[in-house]
Design a protein around this ligand. Structure first.
Ligand code: NAG
Ligand code: NAG
Ligand code: NAG
Ligand code: NAG
Ligand code: NAG
Ligand code: NAG
Length: 419
């Protein structure tokens, strides 16, 4: 109130109003077919755009266009309007020979402190096909630029090759050479697809944290504000390349509360990592940045709290998830921005059936978007249907990779929750 009245005296009230009340008025009108945001709603061509989406990181790893096409057909039939996939696939030089043999998709090769782009048929051309097919089926794609984890070539490759061994994970957010290298890749991807209405939004990182497969360092601790600063700067950078597409963090939605809740584990009451700022994010702050267009968060209580639902626990997986959803809704409403629960999962078919129903209903009631981890496709044909994609991910008998969370059409009780 005080802030407003001082500015009003200076005759600046109109611009304050524009900046705080109608955040959208600063953005130029998007071209037709581009998703945008208005208040807490996603919008497409002037109409509210609500969705239950899909995660399928493996889509650009498929070697057959027929299989890509078949996956989009299944998604379309299931009513999927937005899918999320990786906009990165980087290899260490030592992995190239194996990749050439197996047909593994890769976009970047690290043999020195400067990665080399692969925009050939086993490289970005595969991602091109996914984006083109998405255009054809009128499905939007949420694309992440890199990974907090080593999977599919993430931050640790930048750190190891640029800053050298023996570093902590957080140098990714501070070393200017690493930031420049990351931005060079971001520019490559954004310039390639920035005219496509099939891009739903850009995502700065999958699950950015202070720690990764490398340990956290002293620059990234509760109160340091390092990750929020990085989100702010990188989102501003992406906006400088692309005026129209939405931008988001891709984060798990960790809070940094001054009075975080505690919980019982193994006989002691401990501070909760999801709320105490140790992870690095500050969801309440991150979502307020001008070029973070909406909030993202993830939800895996079985992994985060192995003691949930066990005898003596005072809360359940289902209830913990509902509380986590409510906390994010409250924060997004305060910021006046849309919200996407962009990954969630529990293992076990009966767990999925009971828990997902409650979470999905809560999300739909509150008009926010959700996408389960992860979409399952059956009947893939490539290499006779059996190929190790990377690490332990395999296509077995034509089924897309299953990490215990995949939801296939033949699992009717779970499938129907989302369609
Ligand atoms: C990187 O090094 C590997 C072997 O160490 C080699 O097979 C590959 O061709 C190199 N790639 C590039 C892009 O330099
Ligand atoms: C990448 O390759 C280099 C040299 O071939 C090797 O020393 C390093 O351990 C590899 N790093 C990873 C993350 O695989
Ligand atoms: C539980 O606490 C006991 C006693 O302090 C300790 O020995 C054990 O390693 C702990 N278990 C786990 C899973 O943290
Ligand atoms: C579980 O117990 C802890 C410690 O008493 C408390 O802080 C927490 O709020 C409880 N959780 C729920 C969901 O009731
Ligand atoms: C169902 O959830 C409970 C509680 O998290 C877990 O202990 C159990 O292993 C799950 N079932 C399956 C089959 O994963
Ligand atoms: C559905 O398909 C998957 C993958 O092929 C398979 O593992 C599973 O057993 C099938 N489930 C049913 C209910 O048929």
């Amino acid at each position: 109130m005080r802030f407003i009245s001082i500015l009003a005296t200076l005759g600046l009230i109109a611009s304050v109003k524009a900046a705080t009340v109608d955040t959208d008025s600063r953005k130029p009108a998007p071209p037709p077919g581009f998703v945008t945001s208005r208040g807490t709603q996603f919008e497409l061509d002037g109409k509210p755009f609500n969705f239950v989406g899909a995660n399928s990181y493996w889509l650009p790893l498929l070697t057959s266009q027929a299989d890509v096409e078949a996956t989009f057909q299944t998604m379309k039939a299931a009513g999927v309007k937005v899918l999320r996939t990786w906009g990165f696939n980087a290899l260490n030089g030592s992995e190239v020979a194996g990749a050439l043999q197996s047909g593994l998709t890769y976009y970047q090769v690290w043999n020195s402190s400067e990665w080399v782009l692969n925009d050939g048929p086993q490289g970005l051309q595969r991602l091109d096909s996914v984006i083109q097919t998405a255009e054809k089926y009128d499905i939007k794609v949420l694309l992440a630029f890199t990974n907090n984890w080593v999977g599919y070539g993430g931050m640790e490759l930048y750190i190891n090759w640029i800053a050298g061994g023996g570093q902590t994970h957080d140098v990714f957010y501070t070393d200017p050479r690493i930031i420049a290298s990351y931005q060079k890749y971001v520019r490559t991807i954004v310039e390639r697809y920035k005219d496509s209405p099939a891009i739903f939004a850009w995502e700065l990182m999958n699950e950015a944290r202070c720690l990764g497969d490398l340990a956290a360092g002293p620059a990234c601790v509760p109160g340091s504000g390092l990750l929020p600063k990085w989100y702010k700067e990188q989102s501003d950078f992406v906006r400088s390349l692309d005026l129209h597409h939405m931008i988001t963090t891709g984060g798990e939605g960790h809070f940094s509360w001054s009075n975080p809740p505690k919980y019982w584990t193994n006989g002691s009451l401990v501070s909760d990592y999801n709320f105490n700022g140790e992870a690095g994010e500050n969801f309440d702050l991150d979502i307020t940045f001008p070029n973070i267009d909406f909030g993202t968060y993830h939800l895996y209580p079985q992994t985060w709290y192995p003691e949930l639902d066990f005898p003596g626990s005072n809360f359940s997986v289902k209830q913990w998830g509902l509380d986590w959803i409510n906390d994010h809704i409250a924060s997004a409403n305060r910021a006046g921005k849309p919200l996407l629960l962009e990954e969630f999962g529990v293992t076990g078919l009966s767990n999925k059936t009971s828990v997902y129903t409650a979470w999905v209903n809560r999300a739909l009631e509150t008009k926010h978007a959700i996408m389960p981890w992860q979409f399952g496709q059956l009947g893939l044909t490539e290499s006779g249907g059996n190929r190790v994609i990377k690490y332990a991910d395999a296509l077995i008998d034509g089924a897309s990779p299953n990490d215990g969370f995949a939801i296939y059409r033949n699992q009717t009780v779970v499938w129907d929750i989302f369609t």
